[in-house]
Design a protein around this ligand. Structure first.
Ligand code: NAG
Ligand code: NAG
Ligand code: NAG
Length: 457
């Protein structure tokens, strides 16, 4: 009898796998192959936008540092600039997005060379950028912009670009009384999940069909409290995006870096070595904040040398990079962010061959010259060495990792004057003669990519 039941179970399991039916547990969900678009696109743009964009001071965690941590700087900021009875909710009417032009945003994102975008549908403050059925007077339609900010961006992105549309969503809300009650009950009740955060997730997927869900705000409670595996099983099995959707790893206090289609592990995760699971480096152009900060000096923004270095490190080690910008409460992408994005696009136009669709190579960084990062294209059996750090290596470039064969060719992406002469380096590796390329013929700034074909390794 036992044997028969076991055989039956196995059979049902097999059928479920065949039908693409994932079970609501991590063992089953983790078996799902990563939809291929995600690893191919490599570069995305993250956008943190919400009521926190109104004070645009300190960070998107403004409310928490003011009322939760009782940070003296924020208390003073409020005392100096606002009447004593002013609450965080009173910022919302000033979130007007009066200059918001989603078509213009879409065009800037397209020009950046990014292939996916992730917008905060709701951050820890709980304010939703879409007219959620389970949010009253704390969403962009009822207060502030009086507009479906999220839906309008989705339309513009899909109408004008080939960018994949993704959404960030915070499971918890710092000060939501229903959440705080569940928390006080040590998460033995699930009223917040049942009435707020769960319905929101289904609503977002059914209404906007995001291709990526960047979950966050998970860490205070187990995935069982958040009902995460049930939601993801539905997402993979039955949702309108079941064949293409990708999720990250923030679904409960013990899922980070362990479960999900790809891992984020920690903010600005950039391990510098090859990882055995798909991962993403979610990082910021403003080094200190994800949300817009009016008082950020130029030195707080990454330079293009820093940004291209981070891109090379991340892609070489098998990661995707998600570059964050903070739009303003009046609906603009500030020129400093726009410039960085357009510069990134210029760089990717020349060097994209080494980025999009690439795979990690046998070596990630060079052993002889610091700051050189490798990628590989399988289709053409080409190896790419990205020289970061902002200094073009005129003269001799010594690399320890590539071993040339008699048929090897060395060129520079975006430069027609190659191929370059080279010598086999006695201890192993290659010494490339890099000619004095005139400024007018330099293919790009900030970082340069040498391409190798027919290497011996
Ligand atoms: C999509 O773009 C086309 C051409 O650019 C435009 O005519 C059309 O109105 C747009 N649709 C929406 C829904 O924005
Ligand atoms: C969790 O998900 C299951 C399956 O979708 C559902 O039946 C259940 O009501 C959900 N629980 C909560 C607390 O939302
Ligand atoms: C680069 O490679 C060397 C070994 O040659 C290694 O020691 C180093 O940690 C690597 N990573 C970085 C980020 O430089």
């Amino acid at each position: 009898m036992k044997v028969v039941i076991r055989a039956l179970c196995l059979c049902v399991c097999f059928l479920q796998q065949c039908l693409g039916q994932y079970q609501p547990n991590w063992d089953s969900l983790d078996k799902r192959p990563l939809p291929s678009w995600y690893d191919e696109v490599k570069v995305g743009i993250f956008m943190h936008w919400g009521v926190f964009s109104v004070p645009s001071y300190h960070s998107e965690w403004f409310w928490w540092y003011w009322k939760g941590a009782k940070d003296t700087d924020l208390i003073k900021f409020m005392q100096r600039n606002y009447p004593p009875e002013f609450t965080y909710a009173d910022f919302a009417p000033s979130f007007k997005a009066e200059f918001y032009d989603p078509n213009q945003w879409a065009d800037i994102l397209q020009a950046s060379g990014a292939k996916y975008v992730v917008l905060t549908s709701k951050h820890h403050e709980g304010f939703t950028l879409w007219p959620s059925k389970v949010s009253w007077n704390w969403n962009a339609m009822d207060v502030g912009p009086k507009r479906d900010l999220l839906g309008d961006l989705a339309v513009a992105i899909r109408n004008r670009t080939d960018i994949h549309f993704g959404l960030y969503h915070s499971l918890f809300e710092w000060f939501n009384p229903i959440y705080l009650k569940d928390k006080a009950n040590k998460f033995t009740t699930q009223d917040f999940v049942k009435t707020k955060t769960g319905p929101e997730l289904y609503e977002l997927v059914n209404k906007y069909q995001p291709e990526l869900i960047w979950s966050d705000g998970e860490w205070e409670a187990e995935d069982t409290y958040w009902n995460s595996t049930n939601f993801i099983a539905w997402l993979y099995n039955d949702s309108p995006v079941k064949n293409k959707v990708v999720v990250n790893d923030r679904w409960g206090s013990r899922t980070l870096c362990k479960h999900g289609d790809y891992y984020t592990c920690q903010d600005r995760y950039n391990p510098g070595k090859l990882q055995n699971h798909k991962w993403e480096n979610a990082m910021t152009i403003d080094k200190l904040s994800w949300g817009y900060r009016r008082n950020a000096p130029l030195s707080d923004y990454l330079t293009m040398v820093e940004l291209t270095t981070t891109i090379a490190e991340t892609i070489s080690c098998g990661g995707n990079i998600l570059v964050n910008i903070g739009p303003t409460a009046d609906g603009r992408i500030p020129p400093i962010f726009e410039e960085r994005l357009r510069q990134m696009g210029q760089w990717l136009k020349v060097n994209g061959e080494a980025i999009y669709g690439s795979k990690p190579w046998a070596f990630q960084n060079d052993t002889a010259t610091h700051g050189v990062w490798y990628t590989y294209q399988k289709a053409t059996d080409s190896v790419y060495a990205i020289v970061t750090g902002g200094k073009m290596p005129f003269g001799k470039l010594m690399l320890g990792a590539p071993n040339p064969s008699p048929g090897t060719q060395v060129t520079l992406l975006g430069y027609t004057g190659g191929p370059f002469r080279f010598d086999r380096n006695p201890p192993g590796g290659i010494a490339i003669d890099v000619p004095a390329i005139p400024a007018s013929q330099m293919p790009c700034d900030w970082a340069w990519t040498f391409k190798f074909t027919q290497l011996a390794n």
